[in-house]
Design a binder for this molecule. Sequence first.
Ligand SMILES: NC(=O)c1ccc[n+]([C@@H]2O[C@H](COP(=O)([O-])OP(=O)(O)OC[C@H]3O[C@@H](n4cnc5c(N)ncnc54)[C@H](O)[C@@H]3O)[C@@H](O)[C@H]2O)c1
Length: 258
Amino acid sequence: MYNDLKGKNVLVTGGTKGIGKAISLGFAVEGARVISISRHTPEDTDDRITYYNCDVSSSNDVKSTIENILSKFNTIDILVNNAGIEEYASLDKTDEGMWDRIMDINVKGVYNVSKYCIQEMIKNHGGNIINISSVQANIITKNAAAYVTSKHAIIGLTKSIALDYAPEIRCNAVLPATIDTPLVRKAAILEVGNNEEKIKEKIREWGLQHPLGRIGKPEEVANTVLFLASNQSSFITGASIMVDGGLSIKAPISTPDE
Ligand SMILES: NC(=O)c1ccc[n+]([C@@H]2O[C@H](COP(=O)([O-])OP(=O)(O)OC[C@H]3O[C@@H](n4cnc5c(N)ncnc54)[C@H](O)[C@@H]3O)[C@@H](O)[C@H]2O)c1
């Protein structure tokens, strides 16, 4: 438990599914007031969370949604930029529509929401921002040029926010590897088709590539976000924290047995 999170107003983008849902529930358990802004209506809602429909890539939508939120909640103390999409193609196969979609949601979305929240945080003498990047800001897979670029860009934005608004605002990035969410299931379906056994096998195969032998759980990303949002991480800012089961330390080269 992080006692200092109790009563804080926390805005989570993309809080209706996967990692964002686990982050929202994690803050709710800590006694924070959680606000989720998301493009999708949640399948199952939680009484402790207030949901707004908002497309983070639209600056008008973000501006009016944040005005609505502030008229009800007065302040935003913590922002988690989690909303994101992934689509797959090498650069020459990435049409302009795909490039713009990914950049608009994954990068401009972070810019849009942070911009309005930072102005409020400064008025309120400070705040804390956590951006969900990806292990793909460090090591990358083939055929994901726009996504990889977007996740690298988030690291730059994280450092800029950390430097420009220190000491009032701390800002850090979390870099997950493969996490068990609808996004990963969608990626598995693209590879093996809509066959439940094959999907499970593909996800298990991905898991075995991580030194910890499995893919991660959304709650394991949420736990890191809670730590970064709390005073327990009070001297950490501008950092990129891996939550990757060791994936990024492993060179794909075999060595002789001992
Ligand atoms: N799952 C993984 O393996 C993994 C690994 C590394 C990084 N990530 C990152 O974590 C974040 C969450 O991923 P996930 O796997 O939970 O995804 P997901 O597809 O399961 O959920 C994505 C959430 O983002 C919201 N969203 C999408 N576009 C939006 C928009 N334009 N405006 C507002 N909300 C929007 C959706 O409504 C949903 O709530 C993403 O930024 C993703 O890139 C995921």
